[in-house]
Design a protein around this ligand. Structure first.
Ligand code: SF4
Length: 468
């Protein structure tokens, strides 16, 4: 084949308008807003600009919404600052005519869970979002990444964005995942291997049999955490599994448009012989159920491991990072990860708040009772309804877990759902840096099944010993 191209190049080229001083002006297909995007709307207000294509802008209330007590709507939000963020954002979205999935909407949920559910996300799109985990949508073969409020305002006004082309990186994962090992363990293991800056400046294409065998939910989990490896973009070439997921959803093309779309989507896959700036390979059979012990996603180990001893690390910078992490997390070098006692467990977020995640957690929850306060926060109203239809909510409440309403919740702790100083939480979210889940809070990242195992043991635990 002449000039074989990667999917990253194909997506870039198909959205490129012009280049100036090394930057490309890119056409944006879909833009995703959340409450903090209020600042972008305010910029439009100040400059008197309009939203150019309101039908391509979607707004969500997720970061600030409460996850209990929704009956009174926004009037039921006790904190005036939080309440006003939700109300003002909803008012702005309505004023500018963008599609709003507001707090009372029957499809409300997290901005990285609702758009795929609705078929808004389709292969081949350039999707931007006012949140770094917009990379999630790369699971559908999209170029998708997060931008700041000023860039978002520019997109609303022009439907285009100036960007520097990222380098291309391929992560190939081959082999079968072991018993109890999930997509979350795969991405934590990758970040532990390449580090939090291992993909800086790159867009990652995930390839290989392990990726092909993952469900769309699992692929979204992988692409979601690309940002924690330093990449802004993580994507997977679309295949029949992708097409089957999209087909029939409310915003998906129908009839002849569907047939034409399929033809275009099938041509997106990386061509044989395409080259990448960086290649990484992983053996799936070597990945174990994993948990983070420190304050960076790369500080992760198999749950059977022990907290590392900084004294054995030659690199002074890394040794200092480990010492800081151990001190903040209140751990001892050499202690078993499974001896780490917990105060809280959180199952949810845009990384692991989908139906497959809740099924995996429920399959473990039915083996015991929660020993610590455990919240299950579905990623969307659709996930919540589906889980209730399947009786998963009953499994959780019978096990003493709390069943809540959809939102970001304890992932980012800006809606009032937060840890107390010093509290330790096993969490299915994506970030474990200091204070992420509340000032002084301590976070251990893991999969939904591992989180449920931690809940019924009261400490980090190996899920394989519960669901033998
Ligand atoms: S769940 Fe967490 S990471 Fe995801 S969009 Fe919400 S705050 Fe961001």
């Amino acid at each position: 084949m002449n000039n074989p191209q990667s999917i990253i190049e194909k997506l870039w080229n198909s959205h490129h308008i012009l280049t100036d001083e090394g930057e490309s002006l890119m056409y944006v297909d879909v833009a995703l807003a959340q409450e903090n995007t209020l600042h972008a709307f305010t910029e439009l207000e100040k400059t008197g600009r309009k939203v150019l294509k309101p039908s391509q802008i979607y707004a969500f209330t997720d970061h600030y919404v409460p996850t209990t007590g929704r009956a009174k709507g926004t009037d039921g939000i006790p904190d005036a600052g939080i309440r006003n963020m939700v109300i003002d954002m909803q008012d702005m979205a309505n004023k500018y005519g963008v599609t709003l999935f507001g707090m009372a909407h029957e499809q409300q949920g997290i901005m990285h869970i609702v758009p795929p559910e609705q078929g808004i996300i389709q292969p081949g799109l350039f999707v931007i979002g006012n949140d770094s985990h917009t990379s999630t949508h790369g699971a559908f073969g999209c170029l998708a990444y997060g931008v700041g409020a000023s860039e978002f305002a520019h997109v609303m006004a022009t439907q285009a964005l100036w960007q520097r082309k990222p380098k291309a990186m391929r992560v190939t994962i081959e082999g079968e995942l072991g018993f109890g090992v999930t997509a979350k363990d795969v991405i934590l293991a990758l970040i532990a291997q390449i580090g939090v800056d291992g993909a800086t400046g790159h867009a990652i294409e995930y390839a290989g049999s392990t990726i092909r065998n993952l469900s769309m939910e699992g692929r979204m989990t992988i692409c979601n955490m690309s940002i924690e490896a330093g990449a802004r973009v993580g994507l997977i070439a679309p295949d029949d599994k992708t097409f089957a997921y999209v087909e029939g959803r409310p915003y998906a093309p129908k009839g002849k448009a569907w047939t034409q779309a399929l033809e275009a989507w099938r041509a997106l896959a990386t061509d044989e012989g395409a080259t990448f700036d960086k290649e990484v390979k992983l053996d799936a059979s070597k990945i174990a159920p994993t948990a983070t012990w420190g304050i960076s996603p790369e500080q992760a180990l198999p749950v059977t491991g022990v907290v590392p001893d900084p004294a054995g690390i030659k690199d002074a910078k890394k040794r200092a990072e480990y010492e800081t992490a151990i001190e903040y997390m209140g751990l001892r070098a050499g202690m078993a990860l499974q001896d780490i006692q917990l105060d809280r467990v959180f199952i949810g977020s845009c990384t692991n708040g989908r139906i497959e995640d809740l099924r995996a957690a429920a399959a473990v929850a039915k083996h015991g009772k929660a020993k610590v306060m455990t919240w299950v926060v579905p990623g969307s109203m659709a996930v919540k309804r589906q889980a209730e239809d399947e009786g998963l909510d009953k499994v959780f409440t019978d096990a003493g877990f709390e069943w809540r309403d959809p939102g970001c919740s304890l992932c980012t702790a800006i809606n009032g759902d937060n840890l107390q100083p010093g509290e330790r939480c096993a969490s299915t979210s994506n970030r474990n840096f200091r204070n992420r889940q509340g000032p002084g809070g301590r976070t251990h990242l893991l999969s939904p099944a591992m989180a449920a195992a931690a809940a019924i043991k009261g400490h980090l635990a190996d899920v394989r010993e519960i669901i033998k």
